[in-house]
Ligand binder design. Structure first.
Ligand SMILES: Nc1ncnc2c1ncn2[C@@H]1O[C@H](COP(=O)(O)OP(=O)(O)OP(=O)(O)O)[C@@H](O)[C@H]1O
Ligand SMILES: [Mg+2]
Length: 263
């Protein structure tokens, strides 16, 4: 049965989609079968993975109860498009609305080792569906003065889901993303997060670089485009796998790092 991880944040543009995309890539490279789920009507993750815009059915149909998850998987991606915004509205009026994705994914959980879910930039019903469907919630945050507040708000959603809907949900941790470590501002934000969250803060921040936009534009993973930068994600994957009890796979990521980014 797949281990499911939802990647969320309180606000937009914190690197969620890039995180899901790149972690999917890294985990596949060490031999894991990974399903990437796009739960954002913007469909950025689906674009990243080159799912055709007219792919049908999508996660919207799955949430609307009109398709099975297995039928909506295209090349190991469960894609989204703008239709998902409407599904969210319809969903909001239904019984068990927070459990819909969880129920739907049962259908595919057996086929994968890991399922990664990309959330939209809001803590609404779709994000709640993602965390309720997940075993672990991974928070992404930008390196800003106000990031601490955003992380606290996202944590509240996780706690609410845990208390009311899904007691086994675990908080995997928080990753500081798009961080320009040359600025005092970012270093202070990192210090704040470290002080507040201790070991829950992933030890490697994902450094900010224009190369991410370039690699996205070219459709090349950062791991291939600039391995020395992609190493941040390799480090994140190594740590995340360790935290979810996949020590062997974590070790394989460490080997991959040594290969791709010789010291
Ligand atoms: N480490 C990075 N350094 C610089 N730019 C980055 C980095 N990671 C992602 N980006 C860029 O920042 C933008 C936002 O990233 P991304 O789409 O991953 O964030 P998001 O949290 O999914 O956004 P949204 O909330 O809109 O879904 C994109 O243009 C992406 O290419
Ligand atoms: Mg996104």
């Amino acid at each position: 049965m797949a281990t499911t991880i939802a990647v969320l944040s309180q606000k937009g543009g914190t690197g969620k989609t890039t995180t899901v995309r790149t972690l999917t890539d890294v985990l596949r490279r060490v031999g894991l079968d990974v399903l990437a789920v796009d739960l954002d009507p913007q469909g950025n993750l689906s674009d990243y993975f080159d799912v055709p815009a007219d792919a049908d059915p999508t996660v919207a149909d799955v949430l609307a109860g009109q398709a099975k998850a297995a039928d909506a998987v295209h090349n190991d991606v469960l894609p989204a498009n703008l239709g998902l915004a409407e599904s969210e509205l319809i969903l909001s009026g239904k019984m068990g609305r927070e459990m819909t994705l969880r129920r739907a994914l049962r259908d595919v959980k057996r086929r994968y080792d890991v399922i990664l879910i990309d959330c939209p930039p809001a803590l609404g019903l779709l994000t709640v569906n993602a965390v309720v469907a997940a075993d672990y919630a991974l928070l992404s945050t930008e390196a800003q003065y106000f990031s601490l507040q955003g992380v606290e708000q996202a944590l509240e959603v996780i706690e609410l889901a845990k208390d009311n809907l899904h007691p086994d949900l675990e908080w995997l941790g928080v990753v500081m993303n798009i961080a320009d470590m040359r600025t005092i501002h970012s270093r202070e934000a990192l210090g704040q997060l470290k002080e507040r969250f201790g070991d829950k803060l992933f030890s490697t921040p994902i450094r900010s670089s224009i190369r991410y936009a370039e690699s996205a534009e070219r459709g090349i993973s950062i791991i291939d485009y600039r391995p020395e930068l992609g190493d941040d994600y390799l480090a994140l994957a190594e740590e995340a796998l360790e935290r979810i009890g996949m020590g062997d796979e974590s070790g394989r990521v460490a080997e991959l790092r040594a290969e791709l980014v010789p010291a």
